[in-house]
Design a protein around this ligand. Structure first.
Ligand code: NDP
Ligand code: GDR
Length: 372
């Protein structure tokens, strides 16, 4: 522990939001501690640009090995760090994977939250440490009303969402029972160039830029009709911090208030690449067919190519079709509003993924690719 700066502990610091939040808090002068998991390969790519040699005087970013499944580890870290703010972003965060790994998802996403809260209580940090829980629009699932706000009833539709429901309520419970300053941010989908490669937006921008560079022939997706309220992660981590700076702990919906379909996102991506795309057929036979290519960003694509196909393996046992958030409370109480639109987020993601795809194509063309 170093200076008298405010101290934050972030679980999930190696993830999309964790990396933006760490950047944001360091910019505010915080001393930032993050929990990373031991893995057989390096898993800190998203925060490597923030890394500081622990031997430099007064380091501001410190990483600790840990896991939300390990109570003694969490308790020891909290005892050592004594953070002013804990941001619980760590989770098995993939909805489709939660159907494959329901027990693990419940252990990490539901009980992991309890483990952290109990550690705070056990160490008598309730009056010092403020707690942010990464809750989710997936809680609404089969939404009872549109748009969804803080009063909309929950109807979770996946093991992930059910685990997050427990985490939501145990956070409320520790606030009510022990007076902990604990908040749920009910965040709608938010994306960025750092989004995990298997979430639909990044899968689209990464897949289509690779097709554009002739690295892959076609992208297989699931339900193109799903509608989401997509924001940008950089906008949303600002709100996570703001919630913990208030006089009273409360729960907030964070969303843009605009909704688009997966198909819209594909068409935006095609537009960024100068590809005129048309959908034909229906159901599992639906296909994205290229009508024209109007730029030099997609040398790997020509008219008539089928670059989008449906693969039923990406359908979920229970789907969330339609989510749209109402962020009025965040706007009115905290003066927050999303600054980056879904369309702008898509453009940024395409630009970043195109750089990587071009590099990979260059390596391939010069016989330098790892597998060449
Ligand atoms: P990511 O999947 O990008 O990051 C998840 C993070 O959790 C990673 O750092 C991951 O580590 C870590 N993690 C996974 N399992 C464990 C574990 N057992 N112990 C400790 N850490 C673990 O998610 P996002 O950044 O997108 O989301 C952050 C949080 O917000 C998550 O809780 C998510 O469920 C929630 N959320 C996200 C939304 C979104 O649209 N992005 C919307 C609403 C809520 P590693 O890098 O090693 O895998
Ligand atoms: P989501 O995000 O489930 O909303 O959870 P994801 O991007 O995975 O899916 C969004 C919608 O797209 C449909 N879809 C596909 N999804 C994926 N991943 N892959 C595909 O090939 C595909 N084809 C269509 C899905 O069926 C779904 O309807 C994200 C996560 O970040 C959660 O952690 C977070 O809580 C919620 O957002 C809010």
């Amino acid at each position: 522990m170093t200076s008298g700066a405010r101290r934050a502990l972030i679980t999930g610091i190696t993830g999309q939001d964790g990396s933006y939040l760490a950047e944001f808090l360091l910019g505010k002068g915080y001393e930032v501690h993050g929990i990373k998991r031991r893995a057989s390969s390096i898993n800190t790519q998203r925060i490597d640009h923030l890394y500081q040699d622990p031997h430099v005087p007064d380091p501001r970013l410190m990483l600790h090995y840990g896991d939300l499944g390990d109570s003694s580890n969490l308790t020891r870290l909290l005892a050592e760090i004594r953070p002013d703010e804990v941001y619980n972003l760590g989770a098995q965060s993939h909805v489709a994977v939660s159907f494959e790994m329901p027990e693990y998802t419940a252990d990490i996403d539901a009980l992991g939250t309890l483990r952290l809260l109990e550690a705070i209580r056990f160490l008598k940090l309730e009056t010092k440490t403020r707690f942010y829980q990464a809750s989710t629009s997936e809680l609404y699932g089969l939404a009872q009303e549109t748009p969804q706000n803080e009063a909309t009833p929950f109807h979770p539709r996946s093991p992930y969402a059910v685990a997050k429901l427990y985490a939501y309520w145990i956070t409320v419970n520790y606030r009510e029972a022990y007076g902990l300053f604990a908040c749920n941010g009910i965040l709608f989908n938010h994306e960025s160039p750092r989004r995990g490669e298997t979430f639909v937006t990044r899968k689209i921008t990464r897949g289509m830029t690779r097709i554009a560079q002739g690295l892959e022939p076609c992208l297989h997706l699931g339900n193109l009709d799903a509608k989401r309220d997509w924001g940008h992660a950089r906008d949303y981590v600002r709100m996570q911090w703001l919630m913990l700076q208030q006089d009273e702990p409360e729960d907030y919906v964070i969303a843009t208030g605009e909704q688009f379909s997966v198909r819209d996102f594909i068409l935006w991506t095609a537009g960024e690449l100068g590809v005129v795309l048309r959908f034909e057929g229906s159901g599992v036979e639906e296909r994205g067919v290229v009508d024209a290519v109007t730029s030099d960003l997609a040398p790997g694509i020509k008219p008539g190519d089928v670059i989008i196909r449906i693969d039923p393996r990406y359908f979920r046992p229970a789907e969330v079709e339609d989510l749209l958030g109402d962020p009025s409370k965040a706007r009115e109480k905290l003066g927050w509003r999303a600054e980056i639109t879904a369309r702008e987020t898509c453009a940024e993601m395409v630009a970043e993924d195109l750089k990587v795809a071009r590099r990979d194509a260059f390596l391939r063309d010069h016989g330098l690719a790892a597998d060449s």
